[in-house]
Design a protein around this ligand. Structure first.
Ligand code: C2E
Ligand code: CA
Ligand code: CA
Length: 498
């Protein structure tokens, strides 16, 4: 090809290009005008710092498009819609459901991503957002025209299925949804928890239905397949829990709480030199409430220190009275991990002992093995301070908290209390005996005193004695009792028993 031919070819191509652009703009003129108007409007509404020069639109279609996209991202989502996924949000869903009430058929499923927080912590919020979008798309693909889908909060999605599913069908649905999701080369394995509610069984208003779904989800979190239905009575138990927590501070003021004491018996001497203080609550609203029920709730509500401070004061007051009557008993109090996270606790105990003129030997502390393991570094620091002041420390429910054996030797502990779970079948099962014997040997090898709790039968007691256990506590000797009763017991029994 000669140079002249090449020049003509280039001119020809340029001419075709220009004609193409003119043709394209001519056919897009309506859209361009619309874009022009939209950008002007949005720029004004959202006070864009460098609004696009409208006159340049025909030459700047691509920047215009980019700016439009940017503006669209800044727009608030339509009312009732979730910005990230475009699904209905809680408000939108409630409004839509209210219009459809009374709903008498179908089912609701509330879906939660197990440990979603870790995805954000490990991979960052942007990947977390992408995961939520991907899951929202998966959900959208799986619902029908008559179903409804909403994002209720951070990692919770709700579906209304017009046609209910069985639990087996829900499991298949759950597995399909939970297939690993790959985002920017990172593969994320999902674990989804599903709480569900069948409408044929429960007619309620929208807010109540949503509350019931939350309760079903709470149930699902501890179910083996992470799926659970709302059950009649869940409302009542939630109501009871709320009543317990809200009544507790008043109960303290109104003297509804009291202490009972359960002796620990020394197997070598037969003497009773130690007892454990256990809380009791006779509520004016609920009747007797067991510590097994209200203590975990107080822990969850962050109110356990209120109780512990009361117990410490009561135990020390009791000790003052007993000192005056020459009754010598070391009293153990149960503390929770939250108590030990409080820096002032050890100081408070030490100050109170001084105020009452009591020696530290009148008091000891029990902390469960599982609680000890949750924040060992901090707990050990507090326990060390108490030990330096002369207060003894016991590991409660020993053997149930998965403590690492390697740590045991570093724990500032004087006593381990072997949990009563280990006593099941002890008299007849050599393997059970082997386990308890090993635990006793381990503890004694580390110079801990060994107490076994929950002893109810004589054959078990005899076996424990042979194993070299130091103290036993349990109904075989004495159930927990009020202070005057213990006082009489102490006077009567502070001599060899067997
Ligand atoms: P724990 O510290 O393991 O207390 C022993 C529990 O076993 C007590 O239950 C006691 O009454 C019961 N028990 C003792 N001997 C026997 C027996 O031979 N057979 C059977 N079946 N049970 C026996 P309680 O008083 O209901 O306390 C339950 C738990 O509540 C305690 O377990 C402790 O973890 C907690 N708790 C009780 N009082 C307090 C307190 O003042 N503060 C804190 N933080 N927790 C407390
Ligand atoms: Ca205890
Ligand atoms: Ca215990």
């Amino acid at each position: 090809m000669t140079a002249t031919e090449l020049i003509w070819l280039i001119v020809y191509l340029i001419a075709i290009g220009i004609a193409g652009i003119i043709y394209w703009y001519w056919h897009r003129r309506t859209e361009l005008k619309f874009l022009k108007r939209l950008v002007t409007q949005l720029s004004q509404q959202h006070k864009v710092r460098q609004p696009l020069n409208i006159a340049t639109i025909p030459y700047r279609f691509i920047p215009l498009y980019v700016q439009l996209q940017h503006l669209l991202k800044q727009l608030p989502p339509p009312k009732g819609r979730d910005k990230l996924t475009g699904l209905l949000n809680r408000v939108g869903l409630k409004a839509k459901l209210t219009c459809k009430m009374p709903l008498t058929h179908g089912m609701f499923v509330l879906i939660d991503i197990h440990r979603f927080r870790y995805v954000n912590d490990l991979f960052g919020f942007s990947l977390g957002d992408k995961l939520l979008q991907a899951l929202a798309e998966r959900l959208e693909r799986r619902i029908g025209d008559k179903d409804m889908l909403a994002r209720m909060n951070e990692d919770e999605f709700l579906i209304y299925f017009n046609t209910p599913m069985s639990e087996a069908e829900l499991m298949v649905f759950q597995q399909g949804l939970a297939q690993p999701i790959s985002i920017k080369g990172t593969v994320i394995n999902l674990q989804l928890q599903l709480g569900y509610l069948e409408l044929s069984l429960h007619h309620a208003d929208v807010s109540q239905m949503l509350r019931r779904l939350d309760l079903a989800l709470v149930r699902a979190k501890s179910a083996s397949n992470y799926i659970a239905a709302y059950q009649e009575g869940d409302d009542r138990s939630q109501h009871r829990q709320l009543t317990i927590v809200s009544c507790f501070p008043k109960a303290l003021e109104q003297n509804e709480l009291y202490l009972v004491f359960q002796p620990k018996y020394n197997l070598a001497t037969g003497n009773c030199t130690h007892a454990e203080a256990l809380i009791r609550w006779d509520s004016s609203v609920l009747g007797p409430v067991s510590p097994g029920e209200f203590i975990p709730l107080l822990e969850c509500a962050g109110m356990i220190s209120l109780l512990s401070q009361w117990v410490i004061d009561q135990v020390l007051l009791q000790q003052v009275r007993w000192q005056e009557s020459d009754i010598r008993l070391e009293l153990a109090i149960n503390l929770a991990i939250d108590d030990l996270s409080e820096k002032q606790l050890s100081e408070r105990i030490i100050t109170r002992l001084k105020q009452h003129g009591l020696s530290a030997q009148v008091l000891s502390i029990e902390i469960t093995e599982s609680q000890l393991m949750t924040d060992m570094v901090r707990t050990v620091a507090v326990l060390n301070r108490l030990k330096r002041a002369g207060v003894k420390v016991a590991i409660d429910d020993f053997g149930t908290g998965h403590s690492s054996l390697a740590y045991l030797k570093h724990l500032p502990v004087d006593e381990v209390k072997i949990d009563r779970a280990f006593l099941t079948g002890l008299e007849s099962d050599p393997r059970a005996q082997h386990i308890v014997r090993s635990a006793v040997d381990l503890a004694k090898g580390l110079d801990f005193s060994v107490t076994v709790e929950g002893v109810e039968q004589m054959p078990v007691f005899k076996l424990l004695q042979q194993m070299g256990v130091d103290k036993v506590q349990g109904d075989i000797y004495a159930k927990p009792m009020r202070a005057p009763e213990l006082e009489m017991h102490w006077r009567k029994l502070n001599r060899p028993l067997l």
